[in-house]
Ligand binder design. Structure first.
Ligand SMILES: C[S@@+](CC[C@H](N)C(=O)[O-])C[C@H]1O[C@@H](n2cnc3c(N)ncnc32)[C@H](O)[C@@H]1O
Length: 248
């Protein structure tokens, strides 16, 4: 008698708990965290991941500006850092000149140049037609511009340099803009961090050169070498193909 009463009771309990757990199952499968992924899936691969947490483009820009506009840091970048960093940038550019990737006659752009130390270095080594872009201008070396939407026409530059690939929320767009504004045969040199996580203002993490090779689909890889560039360990150089080469 006791047994016949218990069996249906257990079955009912089981069915009720199954029914009650359904909302949690749905919540897990369709949580906002999981839905955020496809937003950037076009540029997220095993070796290139976009950091979560940017709820909008404005949030991303504001985060970048918080540091770049800091008056105390701007003072340091234009005084103590100025003399420390320019000779290092100048050596990188002299080396690129030796490798015929950069000439004194090159029209050059530095992307994410902040107060323009790398632009000043280019000018000092003889590449006088050089300018930088950043979210915050620093005239005359740096003009205002978002690297996801460069304020220049197609095929403007012979040479583009950047050490801020990790700050790109849309790496595909970052590279597409470089390839758009480079002339055919133009050279792009990136300094990136491969072996460690970049800083807390980074928007992506890169673990190998392969995603760059895939993103630079209108260019050929020229070289990859180890450098010591203010926390960035790898220099990657690309040369933009001619239109005929691209369509092959
Ligand atoms: C780590 S700092 C590098 C500064 C400089 N290249 C140097 O080595 O001294 C990153 C710079 O990228 C800029 N930046 C971030 N997002 C940007 C964007 N979407 N467009 C243009 N500049 C951006 C920041 O304002 C900041 O000045």
């Amino acid at each position: 008698m006791k047994l016949t009463l218990t069996k249906p009771f257990i079955l009912r309990c089981f069915l009720i708990s199954l029914f009650l757990s359904l909302p949690f199952l749905f919540l897990h499968l369709f949580s906002p965290q999981q839905q955020q992924q496809p937003q950037h899936s076009h540029s997220t691969t095993k070796d290139l991941t976009i950091r979560p947490g940017y709820t909008s483009y404005e949030t991303y820009i504001q985060r970048q500006l918080n540091k770049t506009l800091n008056p105390r840091l701007r003072k340091i970048w234009t005084t103590r850092d100025w003399n420390r960093k320019i000779p290092v940038f100048a050596r990188f550019f002299e080396d690129l000149k030796d490798k015929s990737l950069l000439q004194n006659t090159s029209k050059a752009l530095c992307i994410g140049a902040r107060v323009g130390q790398e632009v000043e270095a280019l000018r000092r080594v003889g590449v006088v037609d050089s300018v930088g872009i950043d979210l915050v201008p620093y005239p005359p070396l740096v003009v205002k511009g978002d690297f996801h939407h460069q304020p220049f026409g197609d095929e403007t530059f012979d040479f583009e340099f950047s050490n801020v690939f990790d700050h790109a929320l849309y790496p595909q767009r970052f590279v597409a803009e470089i390839e758009r504004t480079l002339k055919p045969d133009g050279v792009c040199v990136l300094h990136v961090a491969l072996s460690r996580r970049a800083d807390k203002y980074s928007a992506n993490d890169l673990y190998s050169v392969q995603p760059l090779v895939e993103l630079f689909n209108k260019s050929v890889l020229v070289h990859v070498r180890t450098v010591d560039g203010f926390g960035l360990d790898t220099e990657v150089a690309f040369r933009k193909k001619h239109k005929l080469q691209t369509s092959r």
